[in-house]
Design a protein around this ligand. Structure first.
Ligand code: MOS
Length: 770
């Protein structure tokens, strides 16, 4: 095969086309089955009863009233739930399980956080279970909880390392404090962030079915069937092969479905106890207290610069709330370290334990809040020296990654600024803040840079090509709703030379070849390259058949001289010599041929320019030579009503350089969705934790505000064409998270431009504007 991927540059290829979602019809007709929609024979319904106190002990638990209710099958508490082989509470347990939290409820009488489950009620109907759960009587010995790092009783500590599953800890390059002290310009700003909750339309849900005492199938609302299977293997102590995790459809996740949370294993143990399948779907209220959240945090950025606005130093600190057991903090500093040409850099984290569950990754973990801090501070710098916000960013453009001292694999940030400014009409902007009016509204225009890393990841896929011209392609990935089914169908169509309707792509099942979590923006890149490689394996097998087949035009050709073009095997040097795979297979009496592929993605597996992305093992000679990131720019116009304090986003443009775009339509939707997610974080989303009781006071969608259509203008999205040969066989960087990076800053920068008021406490609610 050629050393470069060759299918995707063909005119008429399906990759990149705005193919309508292949699962759209299933979804809108209600045929798509989500994890709480499997009506198994004998199905029962589980409901969690939870603690109103955030700290203390269960003194007495009386389940008799609940148990007497009609239809109730069992009421399970820490006293009678079947024991697990291992829990996150055990030494090493959290690590062995890969649990997001070092504590599992219903293992003791201790209460550590509000809404901690204290019982699981199983009944014949959901109504019966919901009602009975209210009848579980618990007497608590309550203690005074700590609600956050702001609590005067909270003790701040240096965690040395914070956990986001990938990295990290303190960072130090050069002499940041020294350089800051001697800088002509020194800016210090503090940014405050509330708790945010993931609110996927589909709350966390589990249907647990023990088919035999040691054989389990779980329909689970998870971003990763394999990671869930691994966690269950460790906790249940039964072999991996005997646990099947299925996730055919997901109604969103945003990171909260990236790990195996307590309700899943509690449902499985309840199913064991009642010896019937149990289905549990978190209530919307429980969604706020069962699958993590983005932690409340404060960040301070000290920025040193020369008189003409060149950054000399950044000193960044973050303080945030964590749980009684874990040292989790999303690592905000990474983006401050790499986004601009910063010769000196230092970042430190502080944590405080409080009576909350452990926070977790939420769309663009670290980059989302980190970008708010750096991108608002960059605007401060622009105004301080009187240059345009784009110009200050160009002056500090990083031609290589200062955090690793490596060249970029590709970077189109300057094109994103230029194209975004053009689409937005940035040149019409009056540089002076607080002076542009439209009737009663102050009008402001702001922008911000965006970036997200390409994380290392690998996965596998199987492709089975049939002589009759259809194919079944499989990879145990998940589709958050963002379009995995669709984009991988397009990749398979091009790679196998078939129209998309002749491809069936199956995902979301641990019985399929292993794929990584749909998280960290890795799914599209990893799964597309896995499928591409699986198709190459198919062709290699067919080429071997062709060259020994006397009736083939390719008889006696050397396999390496044969290539495949849209399903036709042909000589590289003389494409007229060749045949369609179907002709070859029929003559050889093959009904089908199967290929396996392993897709590797990220700098740890990078493919050199002269490397061989088409081989089963990517060239690792150049591994780690490049820093891999997507980049982009968001542009925002706001209209601010100073009498009412309301901010309305009236125009939006996002331009992204993110490698190969697999589907113009789903990619556009993905960026729009992420930008709306970011606008929500900027203007309205906030989970309020009562400072005395450490309880959430607005755990529902009536009081936790997310943007609706009326809050959002028409949005313009464009992608800069980018051909990155180092990422993987497909050159896909992934767009799940970059869509929301920098968004809140673009909004806040527009508000500053409109009003002359710099708001640094999210969300920017009317009380802060007036
Ligand atoms: Mo995403 S927050 O990496 O699931």
């Amino acid at each position: 095969m050629d050393s470069e991927p060759q299918f995707f540059d063909q005119p008429g290829g399906y990759v990149g086309q705005p193919l309508v979602r292949v699962d759209g019809r299933e979804k809108v007709t209600g045929k798509a089955k989500y994890s709480a929609e499997f009506p198994l024979p004998g199905l029962t319904y589980g409901v969690l009863a939870t603690s109103p106190i955030a700290k203390g002990k269960i003194q007495r638990i009386d389940t008799s009233a609940a148990a007497r209710e009609p239809g109730v099958i069992a009421v399970l508490t820490h006293q009678n739930l079947p024991k697990l082989a291992k829990t996150p509470n055990d030494p090493q347990g959290k690590k062995d399980i890969g649990a997001p939290m070092g504590f599992l409820p219903l293992t003791s009488d201790e209460i550590f956080y509000a809404a901690q489950p204290v019982a699981i009620v199983v009944a014949d109907t959901l109504d019966h279970a919901l009602h009975a759960a209210t009848l579980v009587k618990v007497t608590y010995q309550a203690a005074q909880p700590i609600a956050s790092f702001l609590d005067p009783k909270a003790e701040l500590f240096d965690p040395q390392k914070v956990q986001d599953g990938k990295q990290d800890g303190h960072t130090r390059r050069g002499d940041a404090k020294g350089a800051l002290a001697s800088s002509a310009i020194q800016l210090t700003a503090t940014y405050n962030h509330p708790v945010y909750n993931h609110n996927p339309m589909e709350p966390g849900s589990t249907t647990a079915h023990w088919e035999a005492p040691d054989r389990l199938t779980v329909y689970e609302s998870t971003q990763g069937v394999t990671r869930t299977q691994s966690a269950l293997t460790a906790m249940l102590g039964i072999p991996r092969e005997q646990i099947r995790v299925v996730t055919k459809y997901l109604g969103g996740g945003f990171g909260c479905k990236g790990s195996c949370w307590p309700h899943t294993i509690l449902t499985i143990q309840a199913a064991k106890a009642v010896n019937r399948p149990v289905q549990l779907m978190l209530t919307r209220k429980q969604q706020f207290t069962s699958m993590g959240h983005r932690e409340d945090q404060t960040q301070t950025v000290q920025l040193g610069a020369t008189a003409d606005g060149k950054i000399t130093s950044i000193v960044h600190t973050k303080t945030s709330t964590t749980s009684p057991w874990d040292n989790y903090a999303e690592s905000n500093s990474k983006i401050l370290d790499m986004l601009y040409a910063t010769p000196n850099f230092e970042a430190t984290y502080q944590l405080a334990r409080a009576n909350v569950m452990t926070s977790t990754f939420m769309r663009a973990p670290g980059e989302a809040p980190g970008s708010f801090a750096i991108e608002c501070s960059m605007d401060d710098l622009a105004y301080r020296i009187g240059v345009d916000p784009i110009e200050i960013r160009l002056r500090n453009h990083a031609d290589h990654d200062y955090s690793t001292n490596k060249p970029w694999s590709s970077k189109s940030l300057k094109q994103c600024y230029a194209r975004g400014a053009e689409l937005f009409g940035w040149s019409k902007r009056n540089p002076r803040p607080g002076v542009t009016r439209d009737g009663r509204y102050l009008v402001g225009m702001g922008m911000a840079s965006a970036s997200y890393p390409v994380h290392n990841s690998q996965g596998t896929a199987r492709a089975r090509l049939y002589a009759d011209g259809h194919a079944v392609v499989q990879s145990g990935a998940t589709d958050l709703g963002t379009g995995t089914y669709t984009v991988i169908t397009q990749v398979a169509a091009d790679a196998l030379g078939l129209p998309p309707e002749k491809i069936r792509f199956e995902l979301g099942d641990t019985n399929l070849p292993t794929a990584p979590n749909s998280g960290g923006s890795v799914a599209a890149g990893t799964v597309s390259s896995s499928v591409y490689m699986a198709a190459q394996d198919v062709w290699q097998k067919l080429i071997k058949v062709a060259v020994v087949d006397k009736k083939s035009p390719l008889f006696k050709a050397k396999p390496e001289d044969v290539t495949v073009e849209k399903g036709r095997l042909q000589l590289k040097k003389d494409p007229s010599k060749g045949e369609r795979f179907a002709d070859l297979m029929k003559r050889a009496e093959m009904t089908d041929v199967e290929g396996m592929g392993q897709g590797k993605y990220g700098s740890g597996y990078e493919t050199g320019r002269s490397g061989s992305p088409a081989g089963p093992n990517n060239n690792t000679d150049t591994a780690g030579e490049h820093s891999m990131h997507s980049f982009g720019a968001h542009f925002c116009e706001v209209r601010v009503d100073m009498d009412l304090g309301t901010i309305r986003v009236s125009k939006w443009v996002s331009v992204m350089g993110a490698g190969r775009i697999l589907n113009a339509q789903t990619a556009r939707s993905q960026i729009i969705g992420g930008a709306i997610f970011g606008i929500g974080s900027a203007l309205m989303e906030e989970t309020i934790r009562d400072p005395h009781f450490s309880r959430y006071t607005n755990a529902d969608l009536a009081n936790y505000h997310v943007p609706v259509n009326a809050d959002i203008p028409d949005m313009t999205v464009e992608f800069v064409e980018e051909n990155d040969p180092f990422i993987n066989a497909m050159g896909v960087k992934g767009i799940g998270e970059i869509s929301m990076v920098g968004v809140a800053a673009a909004v806040a920068n527009a508000v500053y431009h409109a009003t002359g008021k710099r708001l640094r406490d999210l969300p920017l609610t009317p009380d802060k504007v007036m």
